[in-house]
Design a protein. Structure first.
Length: 271
C-alpha cells in the first residue's frame, strides 16, 4: 500500500514528521505524481490547489520536511525541498510551486531567535522573584534545585527526541522555558529574603539585576552557539551529541535525586 493510501484518512498534523530521510521524502513525492497529473487540469480550472491534494500532502508528512526537529519536523534541508518539489512538479507544475512556497512558511515560522528563550526564562524568573520578595513568599531551595535537575533531564530527553518517539508528542519549548524560569525565580527569591534586603529602592534594584542577568545570558548563549556550530561541522557530531545528551539526562536525574534526598533529610523523613 502506498504512503498516500495509508495516510488518506489520517488526522496527521503537518508539524509531526513521518519522513525521516531524504530518500523517503523523495519516494513519497514520486508516489504523488500520478495523482497530481490526474488533477492538473482541474487545478488550473480552480486556480488553486484542490483541498484533497493539500490534505494528502499534509497526511503524508511532506509538509514537515523543512520544519526543525525541535518543533516536531524532519529538518531534512533545502536540498530535499528542491528534489521533492521537482518530483511533485512532474505531476503538476502549479502544485509543485505552491508546495515549495507553503513549506517555506512552516520553516520561517520556526526560526524564532534563540534570544526568545532567554527572554522567556528571565520573564518567568522576574515574575516569581519580584512576587516572592515583595510578597514574602518562600520556596524550599532543595525542591527548587530538584526542579532544576529535572529541567536538565527534560532538555536532554527532548534533544534525544524522546517525547515524540515514546509518547507521540512534542512539548512546547516556550512554555517549558517559562515554567522553569518561574521555578528558578522562587528559589532566588528565597535566597534574597535570607539577606534581609532594605525595602528602599528594592524594585528598581531587582529590575536592574534582571537586566544584567539577561545580558549575561545572551552573551553566554552567543558564545555557546559559536562553539555548537563549530562542533556541528564535525563528522562525529551526531554520535557525540547523542552521548552528550545521555550523560546530561543522567546528570539531571542525579541532581534531582540528590536534592530530594537533602529535602527528605531536612524534613526528617529519612532517619
Amino acid at each position: 500500500m502506498s504512503i498516500i493510501a495509508q495516510q488518506k484518512n489520517s488526522n496527521f498534523d503537518a508539524d509531526v514528521a513521518r519522513l525521516s530521510s531524504r530518500a523517503e521524502a523523495v519516494a513519497c513525492a514520486k508516489q504523488f505524481v500520478p495523482t497530481l497529473r490526474e488533477r492538473a487540469a482541474h487545478t488550473e480550472e480552480l486556480r488553486r490547489i484542490p483541498e484533497e491534494t493539500i490534505a494528502e500532502l499534509r497526511a503524508s508528512g511532506l509538509l514537515g520536511i523543512l520544519t526543525p526537529k525541535c518543533f516536531g519536523g524532519a529538518e531534512l534541508g533545502i536540498a530535499t525541498l528542491v528534489e521533492v518539489t521537482s518530483e511533485l512538479a512532474q505531476g503538476c507544475v502549479s502544485s509543485g510551486w505552491v508546495f515549495g512556497n507553503l513549506i517555506g512558511h512552516y520553516w520561517l515560522l520556526a526560526q524564532f531567535p534563540l534570544s526568545i528563550y532567554v527572554t522567556l526564562f528571565a520573564l518567568g524568573h522576574s515574575m516569581t522573584l519580584l512576587g516572592g520578595v515583595l510578597g514574602s513568599v518562600n520556596a524550599n531551595t532543595w525542591l527548587v534545585d530538584a526542579i532544576i535537575g529535572l529541567s536538565v533531564a527534560y532538555k536532554a530527553f527532548d534533544n534525544l527526541d524522546g517525547f515524540r518517539t515514546l509518547f507521540g508528542v512534542t512539548p512546547n519549548r516556550c512554555w517549558a522555558v517559562l515554567l522553569f524560569g518561574l521555578c528558578h525565580g522562587f528559589g532566588r527569591a528565597t535566597k534574597l529574603q535570607e539577606l534581609h534586603l532594605s525595602g528602599q529602592g528594592l524594585i528598581p534594584n531587582l529590575l536592574a539585576f534582571h537586566v544584567g542577568i539577561e545580558l549575561g545570558q545572551l552573551l553566554a548563549l552567543s558564545l555557546m552557539m559559536a562553539l555548537l556550530l563549530a562542533w556541528r561541522r564535525s563528522a562525529r557530531f551526531d554520535r557525540q551529541a547523542i552521548s552528550a545528551n545521555v550523560l546530561m539526562l543522567g546528570a539531571g536525574f542525579l541532581l534531582t535525586g540528590y536534592q530530594l534526598a537533602g529535602f527528605c533529610l531536612q524534613r526528617g523523613v529519612v532517619p
